[in-house]
Design a protein around this ligand. Structure first.
Ligand SMILES: Cc1cc2nc3c(=O)[nH]c(=O)nc-3n(C[C@H](O)[C@H](O)[C@H](O)COP(=O)(O)OP(=O)(O)OC[C@H]3O[C@@H](n4cnc5c(N)ncnc54)[C@H](O)[C@@H]3O)c2cc1C
Ligand code: FES
Length: 502
């Protein structure tokens, strides 16, 4: 599956691997967070290199739905259930700063975007109640939201909350300009370089698959942090969801706002202007990463919903991506524990990274260069509410249980042999020479890899939508050949053992 944004003619090119080995700052990850951080630092005169494991935007930013909105479904009322109003206000101020920075940047650089009304809608009485809570907290936090009974949607809506003058973007247009701008300021963006470790000496030694480098400061803008210091992978839940673009005959009128349901399953909607008229973009139907029986059935459900309410659309793209929700709901950004203040990171945007990612980049840059914002100080001083702590315990208990259950289950699965050949597009897990192995058939190629995740050994599951091996514990993903795709792992999958251990 390829997103509408990544399906573009002009590919962003990579800088060659640098000859020089030392940088002021090395940034791991060329999504929105990493590239905004790199631009801000290189503008200040720093010598900066961005190392990207895959290609620019390949993971979440290139697969987002691209709403740059302060109206964020039920986020503010969920935060308010755990934090003081001051903390919720700081979250809103962070998002306002992120939104303002990005909008101003797109204006300065001539990047097209659209101003739209953001709408959160309820289709049930429960949803209506949640929406009223969200409205109250939003107003308390300074957002000018209002109710409208007619959201202009072609299905029954109980209530709809609106915030005018929000923004929708093409994220790859933004990343392309950021890369050019970073280079114009002397920085490098190098693709295909996976950071595998960061030492703790002075300077920091950055180990990659393509050699070692040093830097005074390292920023992990890798989605979920790739270093286990601080155990952030255990405080983040990966959530995978689905999106599709649909084209309609020219006389079809599609609602022009940016919509999001407050009731489950999440259904998201926006438009995208093209030379041949507006496309409808729909999204949602998510689940915890690696834990759906059939991810493809989630794509099918999303498309069925779109066709039911918008008949006659031709599907041009389907895609999926995952983002990370912090157990205490507040994004993490700042100094990584045991990083001596020189390793910084940002994560946990809970599907609102267009504004949170930029806010995190602003804050991380201020930490490095010496700056201050009230919202960052407030967020840094948060205290996890018992509900957030309980959520962390629940997540880790469920992860531990999953690990134990999976290990027992794999022993009950049929054994795998060198002759195992799953049907096209399918993958199976079983024991091979006494160890968990995973075999798939994609485009006629049968491939066997270890079924133990390269992060901490979770038992991988087959993703029948993306044709990948996904980990149900912390969200690492691998290609059928075992190549790292995303998540906290830093290595590819191993080959299964060719003979039984004694
Ligand atoms: C389906 C979906 C829809 C969404 N829609 C919206 C929306 O409408 N509005 C909104 O605000 N947010 C949305 N989000 C969230 C938003 O897209 C993300 O929060 C944001 O893109 C995260 O940006 P990032 O730069 O932190 O991460 P990423 O874009 O994932 O970038 C991280 C990069 O790090 C690289 N990397 C990883 N490990 C290494 C390593 N070891 N070495 C080097 N590089 C590495 C990866 O390859 C990747 O390119 C959505 C998320 C999803 C899943
Ligand atoms: S992602 Fe942690 S064990 Fe797989």
């Amino acid at each position: 599956m390829k997103s509408l944004w990544l399906d573009r003619e002009a590919r962003i090119t990579s800088d060659p691997l640098p000859d020089g080995k030392h940088f002021d700052t090395i940034i791991a990850g060329a999504g929105l967070t990493g590239l905004v951080t790199a631009l801000l630092l290189s503008r200040s005169g720093q010598r900066v290199a961005v190392f990207e494991a895959r290609t620019v935007g390949a993971v979440t930013t290139g697969n987002t739905t691209g709403k740059l909105s302060l109206l964020q479904g039920g986020v503010l009322s969920s935060l308010r259930a755990q934090y003081s109003l001051k903390m919720v206000h700081a979250y809103v101020e962070a998002n306002k700063s992120g939104q303002a920075w990005l909008t101003q940047y797109m204006d300065q650089q001539g990047i097209a975007y659209q101003r739209r009304t953001a709408v959160t809608f309820a289709t049930s009485d429960d949803g209506g109640q949640r929406l009223r809570k969200e409205a109250a907290v939003s107003r308390d936090a300074g957002l000018d939201v209002h109710f409208s009974r007619d959201a202009g949607l072609p299905f029954h809506v109980v209530e709809a909350l609106e915030l005018e003058n929000q923004v929708q973007i093409n994220p790859m247009d933004v990343l392309e300009v950021l890369v050019r701008d970073i280079r114009d300021h002397g920085g490098l963006v190098v693709e295909g370089v996976q950071v595998q470790n960061v030492g703790s000496g002075q300077p920091l030694e950055v180990t990659t698959r393509k050699g070692s480098f040093t830097a005074d400061t390292v920023v992990l803008a890798t989605g979920t942090p790739i270093l286990d210091r601080g155990l952030y992978f255990a405080k983040l839940e990966p959530n995978r969801s689905y999106a599709a673009a649909l084209r309609f005959p020219a006389d079809n009128k599609i609602p022009g706002g940016m919509y999001l349901s407050i009731d489950p399953p999440t259904r998201s909607q926006r438009t995208f202007p093209t030379d041949q008229g507006e496309l409808l973009l729909v999204g949602g139907y998510g689940h915890p990463g690696g834990r759906a029986k059939s991810p493809k059935s989630h794509v099918d459900a999303l498309l069925a919903w779109a066709h039911q309410h918008y008949p006659g659309g031709e599907v041009t793209h389907t895609w999926s991506a995952q983002d990370y929700r912090a157990t205490n709901l507040m994004p993490f950004f700042g100094k990584l524990p045991r990083g001596h203040g020189r390793i910084l990171f940002a994560t946990g945007y809970n599907k609102w990274g267009m504004s949170n990612g930029v806010a995190a980049a602003l804050s991380v840059t201020a930490d490095i260069l010496g700056g201050h914002s009230d919202w960052a100080t407030t967020i840094h001083h948060r205290v996890t509410h018992p509900q957030g702590a309980a959520e962390a315990i629940r997540l880790n208990a469920s992860t531990a249980k999953r690990m134990i259950d999976d290990r027992a289950r794999v022993k009950r699965n049929p054994e795998i042999s060198a002759e195992t050949r799953p049907p096209e597009g399918k993958g199976v897990v079983g024991l091979y020479n006494g160890e968990p192995a995973a075999v798939s058939t994609v485009d006629g190629n049968v491939c066997m890899v270890s079924a133990s995740c390269a992060h901490l050994g979770g038992l991988l599951t087959w993703n029948d939508a993306e044709k990948s091996w996904d980990c149900p514990l912390h969200g690492s993903r691998f290609s059928p050949e075992g190549k790292y795709l995303e998540g906290p792992a830093t290595h590819n999958l191993q080959k299964p053992p060719d003979k039984k251990k004694d």
